[in-house]
Ligand binder design. Structure first.
Ligand code: H2B
Ligand code: FE
Length: 308
């Protein structure tokens, strides 16, 4: 049967399907499990995401003092590891965001300001979402250079860890990387391949995305560094990933796309790209072999996708 596809960026209003997986209401291992105040705050913020429509500006949320505090703790800890553990693109882009006062330790950054910054840098824009999205919906938004961001924060008892995407992961892990032109291009190209793809193809693209944009490493002057947002925003796994404990294999889309991954614990295996540009080149070769009934082309002026 026909697979529905978003054609205009406003169609992403229909691409917000949440996968209920590691939520505090369902998962006893979630640090917020059983905390009524935390669960209701999360629901309140997710309701803002649910009601948001294309054309609205990013919500201006009054975060609570304890939420700013959780941000401060996570931010400060991660900053210590930054020079030794994260890639040059990340260091450069987050520093630029800090230099202009967009990202500071004392408070959660303004989502409106981050959105404006990304639009000017790479054309990426933000829209709010209510949790872990289906891979199809999440990847579709990347085709339009839209990043769907959660609004809630991790539980204050575990500032350095969260089993689901949260605002600290999105802002500290992803947004500096989406400010990089090659990361932006890579993400959009994976997104474009996902439009109209079969479930099995979506699974492969989600796996590729996972192993580069979430948990990817690269090699810089003989040392392993993180490119992936899931690592950059997680104090424990960031140290684990570049240590000798896990396995490391060279990034190769043909192998990476079919590798099983771990989503409830540290990865036993990470893929290492020579650089983001090298990963991009390899992705483009892989895309030529990707079985498609149409080629999806994005028009940035009308923000539409057409199929050739
Ligand atoms: N949803 C949200 N909200 N944030 C993500 O980073 C995310 C997602 N990543 N859904 C997706 C899944 C990714 O792991 C791949 C595409 O499945
Ligand atoms: Fe993520």
């Amino acid at each position: 049967e026909e697979i529905w596809i978003p054609k205009h960026v406003s169609d992403l209003d229909k691409c917000g399907h949440v996968v209920v997986k590691y939520e505090p209401t369902e998962d006893p291992k979630h640090p917020g499990f059983g905390d009524k105040d935390y669960i209701s705050r999360r629901a309140e913020l997710n309701a803002i995401a649910r009601d948001w429509k294309f054309g609205d500006s990013m919500p201006d949320i009054q975060y609570l003092p304890e939420e700013h505090e959780t941000w401060r703790i996570a931010y400060s800890k991660l900053k210590e590891l930054r020079p030794s553990h994260t890639c040059a693109e990340y260091c450069k882009n987050i520093k630029q965001m800090e230099d202009i006062g967009l990202i500071t330790a004392d408070k959660i950054p303004s989502l409106q300001a981050i959105d404006k910054y990304l639009r000017a840098k790479t054309g990426f824009q933000l829209r709010p979402c209510g949790g872990l999205l289906s891979a199809r919906d999440f990847l579709a938004s990347l085709a339009f250079r839209v990043f769907q961001t959660t609004l809630y924060l991790r539980h204050h008892s575990k500032p350095n860890h969260c089993p689901e995407p949260d605002l600290i992961h999105e802002i500290l892990g992803h947004t500096p990387m989406f400010a990089d032109p090659v990361v932006a291009e890579f993400s959009q190209e994976v997104g474009l391949l996902s439009i109209g793809a079969s479930d099995e193809q979506i699974e492969r693209l989600a796996t590729l995305y996972w192993f580069i944009i979430e948990f990817g490493l690269c090699e810089e002057n003989g040392k392993l560094k993180a490119i992936g947002a899931g690592l950059i925003s997680a104090f424990g796994e960031l140290q684990h990933a570049i240590s000798d404990t896990p396995e490391h294999a060279p990034f190769d889309p043909y192998k990476t796309a079919i590798q099983k991954y771990e989503d409830s614990d540290y990865q036993p295996l990470y893929f290492v790209a020579k650089s983001m540009s090298d990963a991009m080149e390899k992705l483009r070769k892989y895309a030529l072999d990707f079985d498609r009934s149409a080629i999806n082309v994005y028009n940035p002026f009308s923000q539409t996708i057409s199929q050739l």
